[in-house]
Design a protein around this ligand. Sequence first.
Ligand SMILES: Nc1ncnc2c1ncn2[C@@H]1O[C@H](COP(=O)(O)OP(=O)(O)OP(=O)(O)O)[C@@H](O)[C@H]1O
Length: 255
Amino acid sequence: MPEPPLLAVKDVASTVRGHTIFSNASFTVNEGDIIALRARSGAGKSTLLKCLSHLGLYQGTVLFRGKTPKAIGVPTFRTLVTYVPQRPSLLPGTPRDLVRQLGTFRARASSSENSELDFARMLGVARKWGLDDALWDRPWNQVSGGEAQRIALAIGFGCNTAEVLLLDEPTSALDTGSALTVEETMVNEVKRPGATLKAIVWITHSDEQAVRVATRYLKLTANGIQEESSVSPSRLSMVGNGNGHSDLHSERPVH
Ligand SMILES: Nc1ncnc2c1ncn2[C@@H]1O[C@H](COP(=O)(O)OP(=O)(O)OP(=O)(O)O)[C@@H](O)[C@H]1O
């Protein structure tokens, strides 16, 4: 029997207040994948990532290593398949409050784990990304958008429980230099032998970022997911001049 994929997504659909945002979303995530997830604004990328980490209601199936969230236990599932939000500034309390809350989930997942060790790792990566320690005790709505994004990512990364990280436009508020530093950390961790983190699904509106980080490209439409082979070079030169979204070529449905 072949090993089941890290994540198997089958016929996932999301309906909000009677309106179907997307349906028939099917794809797999395998070890080593960094998947750029792309679509027009409002197509449902964030909604899909929340479904994948069992944070939103959905129809269809999401399996981690062949098991349902219910079979694994939802709190544990979320530590394995972890969503990092697009707008952490909307969270209540401070970053340290969130770390405490996640420590509770982690304790539920495994009583032998020590959440203090996680915090040291979070601090380490946040410092590497240029963040002041004082930010951890400031309310989310009093740190800048770029700082909040990096802290949220440092938390998701630093927990070191996720085998799949679901990143929702993680560098959209960062300057290019800061974004490159974050990208380097994330990509190197997926490549590092023995790392807990095995794959990333990464929402980005930047063609250039997609090319820098991704090993695969998926496009979400109302009718499902299409795998695309690359970002068109001609569109890349356009976004280099500040233009927005790209058409990708060689589209094919994912089965
Ligand atoms: N709680 C909600 N109630 C009603 N509609 C919602 C809710 N959450 C999302 N939507 C709607 O669902 C659609 C998909 O939203 P979503 O945030 O997933 O899109 P997105 O592709 O991530 O967008 P963007 O690229 O702009 O961040 C949008 O039309 C949005 O307005």
